[in-house]
Design a protein around this ligand. Sequence first.
Ligand SMILES: [Fe+2]
Ligand SMILES: [Fe+2]
Length: 189
Amino acid sequence: MWTTAVLREEHRWILRMLACLERVGVESERHGRLDAENAAELMALFARFADGLHQDREERCLFPRLLARARSVEERLQVARLSGEHEQERRAMARMNGELLGAIFGETRSLRDFQGEAHRYVQLQRGHILYENQALLPLAELLLTREDDETVMQGFVSLEHEGPVKLRRIFERIGALCSRLRVDPAETA
Ligand SMILES: [Fe+2]
Ligand SMILES: [Fe+2]
């Protein structure tokens, strides 16, 4: 199914970003401040790609179609749970952004809070992706018809047209972060 293939591929890239965020956190403990270039690049990519385009694809295109096809309250609750987790992720991201400049400057409290929030965000996102890969996407593959898949895919394409940066370019930027931070992309999936 097209739509689940797109989301699974994006999950692989988000897992690489999470490994990069962990690496930035570990290095910041050694240096007593946050690596400005890599941290700011990661925050921008999380905000616009992971919590941006990717979650928009799920919330605006996939979830409504899946809710319409759900056969029980339990299946509807599975989808609702994921929307709730997206909210939690956005709040964690906002808290990290609130500490970003202080942490880059080397303020002890901001750095410590950024490291704590980053750790929580990584755990939250990894659990979320695991659940989507193991429960949500198989459910979509079971319930959605071929026409649903085409409709959701059209929605995905129109969301990409709203953004200024092409997806391929985003993946290249994540790949560049992985090489700068010595994160092996093959070990993150
Ligand atoms: Fe999600
Ligand atoms: Fe997802």
